[in-house]
Write a new protein. Structure first.
Length: 199
C-alpha cells in the first residue's frame, strides 16, 4: 500500500509541475485554444493533438426535455483570462491532492512501524478532513466558474441553457468523517500512553 501511495504522490507532483508550467506559459504568452462544449458534460479545450483539458460544467435547461439533449457546440478561441484561471484552479486543486497524499504516506509509515497511534497521525487525519472539505468547496467554485463561462458561450449562440450550481454533499461528509476519525486516533493515543505508564 505504501508503494501505491508513493506512486500516486509522484504522479500528482508531476501533474502539479506540468499544470504550473502551462500556467506560466499562459501568463507569459497567450495560449490560443479552441473551445468545444461536448455533450453538456464539460469543456474540452485542445490544441491539435498536443494538449487538451476537459472541465466539468453544470448546466440546466428551461424544461426536462431540454435537459436530456446531448449537443456538441464549437466556439472560437476566447482571448482573456479563461485559460490561465482554469489552469490556476486545476493547479491549486492538484496541489491540495498532492498534500493529502503526502499526509497519507506519512500515516502509512507509522503503520508499517506498527505505531499508528501517535499524536501526529491524529493531527494529520484532522487536517486531511479539513483539506477534503476545502477541496469540495474549491471544486464547487471551479465548476460554477466553468459553468458560467459555458453559459455565456451558449447564450451567444441562442441556447437556453444556464449555469447551475453543483455542490457535492458526500465530499464534505467524507471530510467530516476524517475529522471524526482523528478524534478516535487522539483517544487511542491517549489510552496507549496511559497504558504504557501503568505497566
Amino acid at each position: 500500500m505504501s508503494r501505491v501511495l508513493d506512486l500516486f504522490w509522484w504522479l500528482s507532483v508531476f501533474t502539479v509541475g506540468a499544470l504550473s508550467l502551462l500556467l506560466l506559459w499562459s501568463l507569459v504568452g497567450e495560449i490560443s485554444l479552441p473551445i468545444r462544449l461536448e455533450g453538456l458534460r464539460g469543456f474540452s479545450i485542445a490544441t491539435g493533438e498536443k494538449f487538451s483539458m476537459e472541465l466539468p460544467v453544470a448546466l440546466e435547461g428551461p424544461s426536462t426535455d431540454l435537459a436530456t439533449i446531448h449537443a456538441d457546440y464549437r466556439f472560437p478561441s476566447q482571448p482573456g483570462a479563461f485559460v490561465p484561471v482554469s489552469l490556476a484552479i486545476l493547479s491549486g486543486l492538484m496541489l491540495l491532492i498532492s498534500w493529502m497524499l503526502d499526509q497519507l504516506r506519512k500515516i502509512m509509515r507509522t503503520i508499517t512501524r506498527r505505531d499508528p497511534f501517535v499524536t501526529e497521525n491524529a493531527r494529520r487525519i484532522a487536517t486531511i478532513g479539513v483539506a477534503v472539505i476545502i477541496f469540495e468547496i474549491g471544486h464547487a467554485i471551479a465548476v460554477m466558474y466553468w459553468s458560467l463561462n459555458a453559459s455565456d458561450l451558449l447564450a451567444a449562440s441562442g441556447s437556453p441553457f444556464k449555469a447551475a450550481s453543483r455542490i457535492s454533499a458526500p465530499g464534505a461528509l467524507y471530510g467530516l468523517l476524517f475529522i471524526a476519525l482523528a478524534g478516535v486516533f487522539r483517544e487511542g493515543t491517549r489510552l496507549r500512553d496511559e497504558q504504557s505508564l501503568t505497566i
